[in-house]
Design a protein around this ligand. Structure first.
Ligand code: GAP
Length: 457
């Protein structure tokens, strides 16, 4: 008897971690050497999924807006950038060491809020007798601020003047290049600049699979505008973020929420919200909309002595633009998409299938070509693969029974399977199976590309 399908909610990340490793989404970093905490490598399926998430972001934020351009800035920048941006002075976490087992912990994580001062956190940890999560003892050092930026050295001499930082956010390339970007694009304010690239943070907390890593991809859009229109722009970018998550990535609306920063604003922000997704371990930040005011451009103007002002060609008003930032973590979005898509569907009393219900638009493979038998069908199947792979990321599988091969594709979220059988040689048609409904349809080979293209949404 066929049971009704109901999407299960993952209770923990364990099943996802196992599936990711077994099927090739995500592997532990440098595993053969025992790994390196908070690092991961994306396998063949992971890289496709992450690239699709990034591509859809670029389309939505850059390509489909008339007043938008892109930039690809360097990871290493003049260290003065990080002094002016406030990261050298203010980008730190409050850390405590357990004297008993020598492990290091974030005080704000121990108390469960980032809205308290260091003195208040120390008092709460003492009064509530919050013990070390690692060894269970209560023997803490005081809180020290620990800068999150990775340092390295350039040149042959290792001294303080040769220190450079791996960027902790991509945003600063847009700010230091503001005048270049405005000049070459000849855009009037308001306009926006998007960037996708690596950022690095020396995170000490082990982080729920890929949620908190020391190296990650950010997708950041800086919108330069007049202060008078900045709050409207801030609200608009909150809406855009949700639209991107729901309509481009297929995240369930009821698993998303905004969390206002309130008293816990970053050193640069005037107003800010986190967008949070309900992961199996609880709500976690996937992106943010930040009203950065004139903080960055103003500081760069002061420190570099180069103008960051804009002259309005109509009113002749001269001012430092206000910045609204839309920031998103590609790695956290991969994790959110996987957690959102994971389903165990009970087909009959003793048959359950694992299916990743990833939105076809961002699924790693769009289609799998499966010859029913190897004998006599290889040539036709390869022909179909060659045709489809011109248009779509396509995979080919001629091992095991057809049922097993369907299940394999379900597990990696392939929306369509094309089965080539002996009739294909007669009628030039194939069977297409839909991942979600498991319904099968006969489609002419000549109509295959348009059939699939119409459903990749
Ligand atoms: N430019 C603003 C900025 O960097 P953020 O809230 O610190 O703001 C933006 O970071 C996004 O980058 C976060 O919403 C998150 O998705 C991602 N992110 C930050 N730290 C991360 C980490 N350690 N691992 C993975 N993603 C991270």
């Amino acid at each position: 008897m066929k049971k009704e399908s109901k999407q299960i909610c993952l209770q923990s990340l364990d099943k996802l971690i196992a599936l990711s490793k077994n099927r090739g989404f995500i592997f532990p970093g440098s595993e053969i050497y025992g790994g390196l905490a908070n690092t991961w490598d994306y396998g063949p399926l992971g890289v496709e999924l992450k690239n699709n998430i990034k591509r859809e972001w670029w389309k939505y934020f850059v390509q489909q807006n008339r007043n938008s351009v892109g930039i690809d800035g360097g990871i290493l920048m003049n260290p003065s950038v990080w002094v002016a941006s406030g990261h050298v002075g203010g980008f730190s976490d409050p850390l405590m060491d357990c004297k008993a087992c020598k492990t290091r912990h974030r005080a704000d994580h121990l108390v469960g809020t980032d809205e308290l001062s260091n003195a208040e956190m120390e008092a709460m940890i003492a009064n509530k007798k919050i013990n070390c999560p690692h060894c269970g003892k209560h023997d803490w050092t005081g809180i020290r601020q620990f800068n999150l930026m990775f340092k390295t050295n350039r040149g042959v001499v290792e001294d303080s003047t040769s220190t450079v930082y791996l960027r902790p956010e991509t945003a600063q390339s847009q700010f230091v290049n503001f005048q270049n970007l405005q000049r070459v694009s000849r855009m009037k304010l308001p306009f926006g600049v998007g960037q996708i690239g690596k950022a690095f943070r020396n995170e000490i907390t082990p982080g729920n699979f890929t949620f908190r890593t020391i190296e990650f991809d950010q997708m950041e859009y800086q919108y330069f505008c007049h202060a008078a229109e900045s709050m409207d722009a801030y609200e608009m970018f909150k809406k855009r973020a949700m639209d991107y998550y729901v309509n481009r990535l297929g995240l369930d609306k009821d698993k998303l929420r905004f969390k206002d920063h309130g008293a816990a604003l970053s050193h640069y922000a005037k107003a800010a919200v986190d967008a949070e997704f309900q992961f199996p371990f609880g709500f976690g930040e996937i992106g943010g909309t930040h009203h950065r005011g004139t903080y960055d451009l103003g500081n760069h103007m002061e420190c570099s002595k180069k103008s960051m002002e804009y002259i309005d060609p109509t009113s002749n008003e001269k001012y430092i633009p206000t910045v609204i930032e839309s920031s998103h973590g590609a790695d956290r979005l991969v994790l959110a998409v996987l957690a959102n898509a994971y389903d165990e569907e009970q087909i009959t009393d003793d048959d359950t299938r694992i299916v990743l219900r990833i939105k076809p638009l961002i699924a790693p493979y769009k289609v799998a070509v499966l010859p029913l038998q190897k004998r006599g069908l290889t040539e036709k199947s390869e022909e179909i693969f060659d045709m489809l792979s011109q248009q779509f990321m396509t995979t080919y599988d001629d091992t095991a029974s057809i049922g097993k091969r369907y299940r394999r594709q379900d597990e990696i979220g392939t929306p369509f399977c094309v089965t080539v059988d002996y009739e294909t040689l007669e009628d030039n048609a194939v069977t297409i199976r839909d991942r979600d409904t498991m319904k099968q349809e006969r489609v002419k080979i000549s109509e295959l590309v348009s059939y699939i293209a119409a459903r990749i949404i």
